[in-house]
Design a protein around this ligand. Structure first.
Ligand code: COA
Length: 133
């Protein structure tokens, strides 16, 4: 198992994981455009188990294949990213308990709520992390 840069040949699997995991669907073209960002996959050979996209020190997307959750893969991905960046931020739905637990365990601090709510009226919780904290 390794975390390495996403490439064109990962995009179908990334899109499938994303569509299965995240509320808003994204096209292959969307992911293709993001290949120039900090876009990494957790993989074993050709199989992608999860991915993360960071831009401007913000975790934009993170997802692990539904059937592979709870095995520590999310933690591996987040810890890799936390190692790479001095500062990180992210926003997560208040109801997203697994993600919030994951970030808390990885040393992220809750710093407030986003001004804008999600479409369903839910609040977004903002997290921050500084290196070695
Ligand atoms: C959030 C997500 C990436 C976690 O991935 P994962 O591989 O299952 O996470 P891990 O196995 O590394 O678990 C890490 C921690 O999260 C917590 N966790 C994981 N699954 C959980 C669940 N179903 N319920 C509650 N807590 C959970 C655990 O506390 C775990 O820490 P611990 O086992 O050391 O106590 C995954 O659930 C996912 O893809 N969710 C949908 C997309 C999403 O919400 N992305 C984040 C938006 S910013």
């Amino acid at each position: 198992m390794q975390v390495s840069r996403a490439t064109e040949s990962d995009l179908k699997q990334v899109q499938a994981i994303s569509n299965d995991s995240l509320k808003s669907p994204h096209s292959i073209e969307y992911f293709r455009k993001r290949l120039s960002d900090f876009f990494y996959c957790l993989r074993d050979g050709d199989i992608v188990y999860g991915f993360i996209i960071v831009k401007n020190n913000n975790i934009d997307l993170l997802a692990v294949d539904k059937s592979e959750r709870g095995k520590g893969y999310g933690k591996v991905i987040v810890e890799m990213v936390a190692d790479e960046f001095e500062n990180l931020t992210l926003k997560v739905r208040e109801s997203n308990v697994p993600a919030r637990k994951l970030y808390k365990r990885a040393g992220f601090l809750e710093v407030g709520f986003s001004e804008k709510k999600y479409k369903n009226g839910e609040r977004g919780v903002i997290y921050k992390k500084e290196k070695n904290k």
